[in-house]
Design a protein around this ligand. Sequence first.
Ligand SMILES: [Fe+2]
Length: 227
Amino acid sequence: MVYPLDLKNKISIEGKMIGIQLQNIKCNKLGTGIKINNQDVDDSNSIADLKNFPILDLLDLLKQNHRYYLDKKLLEIDQSLYSLQKNHPFSNSNNILIVLSLFYIGYKTKLESHIKDEEDNLFPYIEKLVKIRDNIFDKREVTQILNSYSISKFNNSHIDIENDLKDVRTKIIKHSKGEDLPFQFKIFLAQIEHFELDLNRHNYIEDEILIPKAIELELTIKRRYSI
Ligand SMILES: [Fe+2]
């Protein structure tokens, strides 16, 4: 049985509303409202189908995800955290809240710099590769672009943060062991888990679809220009 939880981010939780078992939470709709070529991109679309999308459309999707995380998702989580700090009625929750805040703030900083690296370096480079493919640049410019950056440079410098959110959540659950946590607290952890699922999908698209396509394009260009 699915109990819809009317939060801003439309989480649906499978399990009992009271005394939620965090391990059993399932989010059945990611609901980002993102579209590619007027098609909704959510659970009903097979992620694998995205392999057939042009690389610029994938970039567009990933940029929309980034905006959603920075402008909406993180703000919602910030608000929940703030409201938890303000309203929680349980005396021993204080320690857990401090731990939670520190882990979350650290994670948020990492995620923001992770996104900035992609938007400042990787995405513009891929856009330039597409322009090279479409013969927008001369050979001197092509050489300059390929010497200034590369997909392998990105892979070597980009820090993987895929499991960090899960670590945050696991540590919080561990620290709260045996505690009868306020309901709001459980909702907050459910929000984090929902975000984690969304980020996993996002990272899959980047790592398994975008990057292989970009490597292939880079190789084709290098062969074409004998670089
Ligand atoms: Fe990203």
